[in-house]
Design a protein around this ligand. Structure first.
Ligand code: GLN
Length: 232
């Protein structure tokens, strides 16, 4: 189905570092599953996009403020967010997980985080999960603006553990980062493309149509498998 774009150019806000969904490669160019999906969908559906890779919580704010028309950033569809944003059909099944420094033998359960400092990126599902269970497990939370700071914090010992989306941790491990995931992940999070509630409805429709087409032709799998080898 062909939907008519209503704007000459759609501004898409995204995270600054969320590999393998969006990340700056060694050639200085942004790439990743989200980037490839949107670019291909825009091509198929005949609309123009410009990405702003500004960080997760900045992207949420810019979408909310109308500075961006759409957002893709491995963003989990949640009831809370559905109050302010309209989401596309889910395009990726994810989940969140605790990671510790490789060789750390003291953490096997959430209970083991008692008295420890756990990091997460501000405004994320992981940050919400940690805040919801802070009293129960007795850790303290340290918030970071961007992934590089979060992962660096774990490396240097500024935090004892961190929480992030499991495919992102998995990708970091596959790229040689010294991490391990001693606690079973929380399942259920699905990623969606978002617009501000009631705004740019045709953009969501075009995304959904394009996504269906990419799934039908197998190109969706090609894009994902380009970045994640074992489908995780
Ligand atoms: N999926 C998580 C969320 O929606 C994290 C997204 C991200 O950090 N880019 O909160």
């Amino acid at each position: 189905k062909k939907i008519e774009p209503k704007k000459d150019l759609y501004v898409i806000a995204s995270d600054s570092a969320f590999a393998p969904f969006e990340f700056k490669d060694s050639d200085g160019k942004y790439k990743g599953i989200d980037v490839d999906l949107v670019n291909r969908i825009a091509e198929l559906q005949g609309f123009n996009v410009k990405f702003n890779f500004i960080g997760f919580s900045s992207a949420v704010q810019s979408l909310d403020a109308g500075q961006a028309d759409g957002m893709i950033a491995g963003m989990t569809i949640t009831d809370e967010r559905e109050k302010n944003f309209d989401f596309s059909d889910p395009y990726f099944q994810s989940g969140i997980q605790i990671a510790v420094k490789k060789g750390n033998d003291s953490i096997h359960s959430y209970e083991d985080l008692k008295g420890k400092t756990v990091g997460a990126k501000v405004g994320t599902e992981s940050a919400d999960f940690l805040a919801d269970h802070e009293e129960e497990y007795g850790y303290s939370i340290k918030y970071f603006d961007a992934a590089d700071q979060l992962y660096e914090g774990l490396k240097t010992g500024a935090i004892d553990a961190m929480m992030d989306d499991y495919p992102v941790i998995g990708y970091a491990i596959s790229q040689g980062q010294e991490l391990e995931t001693p606690i079973e992940r929380e399942t259920g999070g699905k990623y969606g493309f978002a617009v501000k509630k009631g705004q740019n409805p045709e953009l969501v429709e075009m995304f959904n149509e394009g996504l269906k087409e990419l799934k039908r032709t197998g190109e969706y799998d090609e894009i994902v498998n380009n970045y994640v080898k074992d489908g995780s």
